[in-house]
Design a protein around this ligand. Structure first.
Ligand code: ZN
Ligand code: ZN
Length: 359
């Protein structure tokens, strides 16, 4: 990002970082603080069709900048410290490169709100709560590998108008007689069935504000959805490079048309779910929906996350922590050795109980 530059402390000349607790620039050596002018101006929503047609976005101006490039997942990271593994997939196939293409200029940034220490505490609690997690994951050194990184993300706004039709069904029970071969007599039993009513229709109107799609191919959107909402509609700031000082920044590699395909799918699913909730009855069939979208806009923003990517049994796993709320979510590898031991223990306990109860 253009301006991932270094800013010097006015007091002692060391490089300053953005401090999430103080929400200011802070010098790690002398503790001097510097305000970042708070601005909400410039958080512009861009008309989606214009953005898709022109496919030209304003680029940041970055002359020379070294980035970490992952050969395995393709992630490109403007980094704070060089390292041997990729933030997003844990592969050791990273190399330093100079940036080939200027990154797209973002419209907004949601700054970090919790410190790395707070994120480590949240991670530690999460790992301890896991059953059957491999011991390797609990190693203290793992926690040190947690990285704070700004993740590029596309947002989409849309007004939806949907018309739906469906045939509602009601669960009923009736009593029927049957001939019982065993007792050679007529008996009754209760049978469940669905009574289908006449088709009904309705419409649903809604406005979706900031539907999020990850702007990085290596980190699927579901990881973002796993850690809860990002308050982009209220807490987003106008893009200001000072927020990136001292943090890793992933460069967007998912083009807008691909991101919109995902965003559109999210909007369709949300609308479909809302319409289905409006269908009367216990169940339904022949659900159809016609959807009209209008007022579509998009923007590119940066979201704060802490991430730990690691490999277990040759597969990549990721744990992601919300950079403002500390909510943790991630892949949970299972140690089959621990599962096996637990099963053997259970069998032993049952065996002992049976033995003693038989006495
Ligand atoms: Zn200083
Ligand atoms: Zn990678």
């Amino acid at each position: 990002m253009s301006d991932i530059y270094t800013r010097r402390c006015k007091g002692c000349g060391a490089s300053v970082s953005f401090d999430p607790t103080a929400e200011k620039l802070k010098c790690p050596f002398c503790g001097a603080e510097e305000e970042i002018p708070l601005s909400y101006e410039g958080i512009t929503e861009i008309d989606l069709n214009t953005a898709l047609q022109t496919a030209i976005q304003q680029k940041t101006t970055l002359s020379t900048h070294q980035i970490l490039s992952c050969e395995s997942c393709g992630a490109q990271i403007a980094y704070k410290e060089a390292r041997a593994t990729c933030d997003f997939c844990g592969a050791e196939a990273v190399s330093q490169k100079s940036l080939q293409e200027q990154p797209i200029k973002p419209q907004g940034v949601l700054p970090f709100g919790i410190s790395p220490e707070e994120a480590r505490k949240a991670f530690d609690l999460w790992v301890k709560s896991l059953w059957f997690a491999p011991s390797d994951l609990r190693r203290q050194s793992r926690i040190e590998e947690l990285r704070g990184v700004y993740l590029p993300s596309w947002t989409f706004d849309a007004h939806v108008w949907a018309h739906w039709t469906a045939t509602p069904g009601y669960y009923r029970t009736r009593t029927e007689s049957y001939y019982d071969q065993a007792s050679k007599s007529w008996r009754t039993r209760s049978v469940q069935y669905i009574e289908w009513a006449s088709p009904v229709s309705g419409h649903h109107q809604d406005f979706y504000d900031d539907v999020l799609v990850s702007g990085l191919n290596s980190l699927p959107t579901r990881y973002l959805q796993g850690i809860g909402e990002f308050a982009t509609t209220t807490d987003l700031r106008a893009y200001e490079a000072a927020y990136f000082l001292g943090w890793d920044v992933a460069l967007p590699d998912k083009p807008l048309p691909d991101a919109w395909q995902e965003g559109h799918q999210q909007i369709v699913s949300l609308t479909e779910a809302a319409c289905k909730r409006a269908v009367p009855g216990d169940t339904h069939r022949d659900f159809r929906m016609q959807l009209q979208l209008s007022g579509l806009t998009t923007k590119l923003i940066y979201l704060p996350i802490y991430i730990l990517a690691y490999r277990y049994g040759g597969k990549p796993y990721r744990v992601v922590i919300h950079g403002r709320t500390g909510v943790v979510s991630g892949d949970r590898p299972i140690s089959w050795l621990k599962v096996l031991l637990a099963v053997l223990l259970a069998i032993a306990v049952v065996g002992i109980l049976v033995y003693f109860s038989g006495k």
